[in-house]
Ligand binder design. Structure first.
Ligand code: SF4
Ligand code: SF4
Length: 412
């Protein structure tokens, strides 16, 4: 390992959050197994060999944009300097996923510009709360200008509406049906400020909102939360492909960041690689954007590039891992239980924040998202509720206890 890589390694987040994920929503013996698996993962990650660096092996057409992008894209909302991103670029990554909401990430990326501007396809997302049924085109233009300034660039490859398809009870679709959205993005394209525009979602109306955007607007890119445990998005992805709209998958690791499943795998493989390969093997995916927190993690993920076929070992690991998560993981795009809550608690959102807190090592981010919820609809109401929501979850999640736990963690 070079001195630079050692530095990158020291800045990694390995180890945070393992204790919290293992205890959440699992029986004692399953939790023990997970804890052991997590321990193995940590040991494996900290001693992994780094000779013979892996490199991106596949560059895919990004819809109709004309770009060929690495099959894996770089994300990291907590990035403090450019070192990790430069390391990812050395491995061949040329797609970067950021957002105005991701603290200083836009500013950090901007430090590489103008020198390396033409080496990267940058997609950023404007603040989710910017978009309502009443947002003006001028407000959207001002937000694009702000992101351009933060990114230290005179154009952005793609600007997205952040988080469409959220709580259906909030008539969220109004924000994408606001004609000022398309007007502002098309004008920004004409003015040369942006090349393309898109939308991201992991919300319960994800399928419906992407479908509407594909049918009714000039959208160029969609970024869905999807992984081996999600279902129902396939027709929308196929439609995007037919229309030449780029598809970038996110949340593809499910909760796999802190866990390995070594007993099922041959030496040198990880469950996270298997999960990534599953997503890369889906027919309508152009790129998988993943949070990369260390040089080791980049090497681990990049080693899965260009090899979407799963080995029998990996298939077994994926099955075992899926069973482990089955009753704990709230699937992006599912809205099964939401209408059953008399208090309009945004169940899927809170369970996602809980995942950020317990599994992604993004405690601060998770707490700040939770703080933004109106008090009347946060999970405080669950303490004295008979939990009618639970009867509607097709996966049998113990929603009430998970939300009570999340409330405790996210309000500390
Ligand atoms: S347990 Fe919580 S989320 Fe479920 S119905 Fe009651 S208040 Fe709503
Ligand atoms: S808790 Fe269950 S039913 Fe509710 S959104 Fe999540 S996966 Fe769907």
């Amino acid at each position: 390992m070079t001195e630079r890589e050692k530095g990158l390694s020291r800045r990694s987040f390995i180890g945070k959050g393992i204790a919290s994920i293992v205890g959440v929503g699992l029986g004692l013996s399953a939790a023990k197994d997970l804890k052991a698996a997590a321990g193995l993962a940590e040991e494996q990650q900290s001693t992994a060999p780094h000779a013979g660096k892996p490199a991106i092996m596949d560059y895919r057409d990004l819809g109709r944009t004309g770009w060929k992008v690495s099959d894996l894209g770089f994300g990291n909302a907590m990035i403090q300097d450019t070192a990790l991103l430069e390391y990812a670029m050395e491995r061949g990554i040329n797609y970067v996923d950021t957002a105005r909401q991701y603290y200083d990430m836009e500013i950090v990326i901007g430090k590489l510009f103008p020198a390396k501007r033409d080496k990267l396809f940058i997609t950023t997302k404007l603040l989710p709360e910017l978009f309502t049924g009443k947002t003006t085109a001028e407000e959207i233009t001002a937000a694009i200008d702000e992101s351009m300034q933060r990114l230290n660039t005179n154009y952005i490859d793609c600007v997205q509406v952040h988080s469409v398809g959220e709580d259906p009870k909030l008539s969220d679709a109004e924000k994408i049906k606001n004609p000022n959205v398309v007007t502002a993005f098309e004008k920004a394209k004409k003015d040369g400020k942006i090349r393309f525009w898109g939308a991201s979602s992991h919300g319960p109306r994800m399928v419906e909102d992407f479908d509407w955007l594909l049918d009714n607007t000039s959208i160029d890119l969609i970024q869905p939360g999807m992984n081996f445990m999600t279902k129902g998005l396939e027709p929308v992805l196929a439609k995007a492909r037919r229309k030449g709209v780029a598809v970038v998958a996110m949340k593809s690791l499910a909760a796999a960041r802190k866990i390995d499943y070594k007993p099922f795998l041959t030496e040198g493989q990880t469950v996270r690689q298997a999960v990534i390969k599953w997503t890369l093997a889906q027919p309508d995916i152009d790129c998988v954007a993943i949070t990369m927190r260390s040089a080791e993690m980049i090497d681990e993920f990049v080693a899965a590039s260009g090899k979407p076929a799963l080995s029998p070992d990996e298939k077994k690991a994926l099955k075992g891992y899926g069973m482990l998560l089955d009753k704990d993981y709230c699937r992006p795009g599912c809205s099964g239980c939401l209408a059953a809550c008399p208090h309009n608690v945004p169940i899927a959102d809170i369970l996602r924040y809980r995942l950020y807190f317990a599994s992604y090592g993004e405690e601060k981010h998770a707490m700040s998202l939770y703080r933004k919820l109106p008090r009347a609809t946060n999970a405080e109401a669950c303490a004295s509720c008979a939990a009618p929501c639970e009867g509607f979850c097709p996966h049998g999640l113990a929603i009430r206890s998970k939300l009570i736990e999340a409330h405790g963690e996210l309000t500390v």
